[in-house]
Design a protein around this ligand. Structure first.
Ligand SMILES: [Zn+2]
Length: 155
């Protein structure tokens, strides 16, 4: 899983989030079980490096254990909040309560945003597995996740 993919340098992308962001995501999607939990991520992008500044846990409008959709009103509110802070919406996250942290066929079918990070959290095991992907001509490719300690950084 790590370093196995031969990607051109320019294609390398990563998403950076704090431990606290990760905990927010994990506790939200655990709370949503047995349904898929979901939400959006906002922050800044520079040179293919996405830095999360805020996690927005949102309702899964499908209320389903196998797929999710966001309420357009929630998306609009997140967009407005992100803009107010000078952030962009970096991507989304959703959980797979009973399947691995890989995009499903449904995920691929519904994905369209090539700028976005698609974060998937598998809850099969006690320790949640989190993986990031982005959409390319070849479908989803992995994106690195970097967990940072930003307590001392200027937000
Ligand atoms: Zn999925």
């Amino acid at each position: 899983m790590d370093g196995g993919e031969a990607q051109p340098e320019s294609e390398m992308t990563m998403i950076e989030l704090t431990e606290r962001d990760r905990d927010t995501i994990v506790s939200w999607v655990r709370n949503c079980q047995p349904e898929e939990g979901c939400g959006l991520l906002a922050g800044k992008v520079q040179d293919g490096r996405k830095t999360v500044h805020k996690v927005y846990p949102l309702e899964n409008r499908d209320a389903s254990p196998v797929h999710f959709s966001l309420d357009p009103r929630d998306q609009f509110e997140v967009l407005a909040d992100a803009r107010m802070h000078g952030w962009t919406v970096l991507g989304n996250f959703h959980s797979h309560p009973t399947t691995p942290a890989r995009p499903s066929e449904e995920d691929l079918r519904l994905a369209f945003d090539r700028e976005a990070c698609y974060l998937i959290i598998s809850l099969i095991h006690d320790v949640p597995e989190i993986r990031a992907f982005r959409l390319t001509d070849d479908g989803f490719v992995p994106e690195d996740i970097v967990i940072v300690d930003r307590t001392t950084m200027d937000q």
